[in-house]
Design a binder for this molecule. Structure first.
Ligand SMILES: C[S@@+](CC[C@H](N)C(=O)[O-])C[C@H]1O[C@@H](n2cnc3c(N)ncnc32)[C@H](O)[C@@H]1O
Length: 278
């Protein structure tokens, strides 16, 4: 999507999704079809147990994503900043309960309320500073921290999102990790400009989980990237000095060589583990 045409560039969400836009959005058959497909995929990635679950839909808008949750036999609550989008959801008599609120202020629910979270085409809005006092990193951290608390231990969250660039994606994943989430990015159809879709799949505590594969993955393209939280990474590294790692040393030598610096050659002893010396 060209950045000029991005809704996030045009106005704050509560203004962009005004009465007209809210009506247009939810009566556009193409839009309904796309949002339903994205929601189905998000629910698939959420891998809920085969029983009714309680789901939070972040940026639920007019309830298109929520309707898919209902169709799959789950209960949901939606939060959205736009009163007009929520108004359309009420008119459409969606099954979920609706709350008007800004996710950047945090998720106002008791600890452990939800079994899972979905969010369709909404999270990238948090990267914008629409008010003077908005600080996107702080808002993202507040959001992810309070969301972490609001799900059950081992709960999951799947965000379909449209980051504007790689720095936005990095900021979002960094703040999620800081808040304690683990997980990573699943990219469907990574080689297609049109069909490519990104899903940030997050886990709250519990056993480390493997990320599902992206759809339409070619052999040559890695379409998911996972991260663990910092504590977990440090635990995995315990006993290993990252700087004595052979690969790390070889990569550094190569970098210096490319910079035109003089670098000693390497041998089978490069990066070997030495006996402790005093
Ligand atoms: C593209 S719409 C998607 C709506 C819905 N998820 C769907 O699939 O149809 C994005 C929604 O995110 C909401 N949103 C944007 N920023 C928000 C914020 N800070 N807090 C809560 N909702 C927000 C907008 O009001 C809008 O309804």
């Amino acid at each position: 999507m060209a950045s000029g045409g991005r809704p996030e560039r045009q106005a704050p969400p509560e203004i962009f999704y005004n009465e007209d836009e809210a009506k247009k959005y939810s009566s556009n058959t193409r839009m309904i079809e796309i949002q339903s497909q994205l929601s189905e995929r998000a629910l698939e990635l959420l891998r809920l147990p085969d029983e009714p679950c309680f789901i939070l839909d972040v940026g639920c808008g007019s309830g298109l994503s929520g309707e898919t949750v209902t169709e799959q036999g789950h209960y949901w609550v939606g939060i959205d900043i736009s009163s007009h989008m929520l108004g359309v959801a009420v008119d459409r008599e969606v099954e979920g309960d609706l709350i008007e609120g800004d996710m950047g202020y945090g998720i106002p629910f008791r600890p452990g309320t939800f079994d899972g979270v979905i969010s369709i085409s909404a999270l990238q809005w948090l990267c914008n500073a629409d008010k003077k006092y908005h600080h996107p990193p702080k808002r993202l951290l507040k959001f992810f921290t309070t969301l972490y608390a609001a799900v059950t231990r081992g709960g999951k969250a799947v965000f379909q999102l449209y980051p504007e660039n790689s720095s936005q994606l990095e900021l979002i994943t960094q703040q999620a990790m800081k808040a304690g989430w683990t997980g990573g990015l699943v990219v469907d159809y990574p080689n297609s400009t049109k069909a490519k879709k990104m899903f940030l799949c997050l886990f709250a505590g519990g056993q480390p989980q493997q990320l599902p594969k992206g759809l339409g993955e070619g052999d040559s393209v890695s379409s998911h990237a996972s991260f663990t939280d910092k504590r977990e990474r440090m635990k995995n590294m315990r006993g290993k000095n990252p700087k004595s790692n052979r690969d790390w040393i070889l990569a550094k030598k190569e970098r210096r060589r490319r910079q035109g610096k003089e670098v000693r050659g390497h041998s089978k002893y490069t990066g070997r583990k030495r006996k402790d010396r005093f």
